[in-house]
Design a protein. Structure first.
Ligand SMILES: Cc1cc2nc3c(=O)[nH]c(=O)nc-3n(C[C@H](O)[C@H](O)[C@H](O)COP(=O)(O)OP(=O)(O)OC[C@H]3O[C@@H](n4cnc5c(N)ncnc54)[C@H](O)[C@@H]3O)c2cc1C
Length: 267
C-alpha cells in the first residue's frame, strides 16, 4: 500500500523569503532568591533598580571570584562588565545565555552556523521528518535587486522543487519493504538530494554570551558573506538590548553594498 501524502498547492509569492527572521526564545533571568546569602561577606549586591539583569548576573558571578561585593573600585555594573571584557576575563560571560529562533535562513547558512561548537546548542528542522514540498527558498541578497537574475534564479529553484516533488511521489508509488515511517524517511532522504543550498532552514540556537561574542567576531565582518552579516546584525541588535555593555565593543555599520556589517572595535 502506498504511504498517503497530501497534495500540496503552491503560490509562487509565498515560496520565497528575502530576509532572515530572528526572535528571542529565551534569555537568562536574574533570580536572586536570597540576597542575604552575601551578608557574611560584609556587603552584598542588591537587585532592585537593575537596568540590565543579565549583566547583573555576570557581575555577581565575577565578584564571587574576589569577594568584591563591597565594590572597592566603585565601578557600576556596566563599567564592571566592560572591564571584564577588556581584561579578557570572558569565562565569567558564560553564565548567561540566549536562545534564538531563526528562520528565513538558508541551509547553507545553518551549515556554517553549526560549525560553532563551544557553548552552542542547536535544534534544526529535519529534512527527513518534515515534508519539503511546500518549503520556502531564501533569495540571496546579491540577487534581490537584479530582476533578470532573480527571475531565472526563481525558475531554477522552482524546477528543483518540482524534481523533489516528483521524486517523493514516484518513490511513494514503488513497493517498499520498509514500514510507513521509515519509508517516508527514505523517500525524503533521496528526494532532498535535489534541493538547493538556499532551501529554508529553521533552527533554534542557544549560546552563552562568550560564544555569541566569538561568533560575531569571526562571522560578523566577512564582507563576501552577506547572509552571515545580516544575521550577525540582527543578533547584535537583540543582544545589545539586553546587555549593551557586554557587547559595547561591537558596532554595526553598512558597507557600500547596502547590507550591514558587524565589527569588533579593538580597544
Ligand atoms: C571566513 C571563514 C571562512 C571559513 N571557511 C571554511 C572552510 O573553507 N572550510 C571549513 O571547514 N570551515 C571553514 N570555516 C569555519 C571555521 O573553520 C570554523 O569551523 C568556524 O568558524 C567555527 O569557529 P571556531 O572553531 O573558532 O568556533 P567554536 O567551535 O565555537 O569554538 C570557539 C573556540 O573554542 C576553542 N575550541 C573549540 N573547539 C576546540 C577544540 N576541539 N580544540 C581546541 N580548541 C577548541 C577555539 O579557541 C575556538 O576558536 C570558515 C570560517 C570563516 C569565519
Amino acid at each position: 500500500m502506498n504511504t498517503p501524502f497530501p497534495k500540496t498547492q503552491f503560490a509562487d509569492d509565498t515560496s520565497f523569503v528575502y530576509s532572515p527572521e530572528l526572535s528571542v526564545l529565551a534569555r537568562s533571568q536574574l533570580s536572586l532568591s536570597d540576597e542575604n546569602i552575601f551578608a557574611r561577606f560584609g556587603s552584598f549586591p542588591r537587585a532592585e533598580n537593575v537596568s540590565y539583569p543579565i549583566e547583573r548576573i555576570v557581575e555577581i558571578a565575577g565578584r564571587t571570584c574576589y569577594l568584591s561585593f563591597s565594590n572597592p573600585s566603585g565601578r557600576d555594573t556596566g563599567e564592571y562588565i566592560e572591564n571584564l571584557v577588556r581584561q579578557g576575563h570572558e569565562s565569567v560571560l558564560e553564565h548567561v545565555s540566549w536562545t534564538f529562533l531563526l528562520s528565513g535562513v538558508s541551509r547553507a547558512f545553518t551549515h556554517q552556523l553549526v560549525r560553532h561548537r563551544a557553548g552552542f546548542s542547536y535544534s534544526q528542522l529535519s529534512q527527513q521528518y518534515v515534508d519539503h514540498r511546500a518549503i520556502r527558498f531564501v533569495v540571496p541578497a546579491e540577487i534581490q535587486s537584479q530582476p533578470g537574475l532573480l527571475a531565472s534564479w526563481k525558475g531554477t529553484v522552482l524546477a528543483q522543487r518540482g524534481a523533489y516533488i516528483e521524486l517523493v511521489e514516484s518513490l511513494n508509488r514503488l513497493p517498499s519493504p520498509l514500514k510507513s515511517r521509515e519509508k517516508i524517511r527514505s523517500m525524503r532522504s533521496a528526494a532532498r538530494s535535489v534541493l538547493p543550498n538556499c532551501v529554508e532552514a529553521v533552527i533554534a540556537v542557544t549560546a552563552n554570551a562568550r560564544s555569541w561574542r566569538h561568533f560575531l567576531d569571526v562571522r560578523g565582518a566577512t564582507e563576501g558573506d552577506v547572509e552571515m552579516r545580516r544575521v550577525s546584525a540582527l543578533l547584535l541588535h537583540l543582544l545589545k538590548q539586553d546587555a549593551p555593555n557586554m557587547f559595547s565593543d561591537f558596532s554595526q555599520a553598512s558597507l557600500s553594498d547596502g547590507w550591514p556589517i558587524v565589527q569588533k572595535i579593538v580597544r
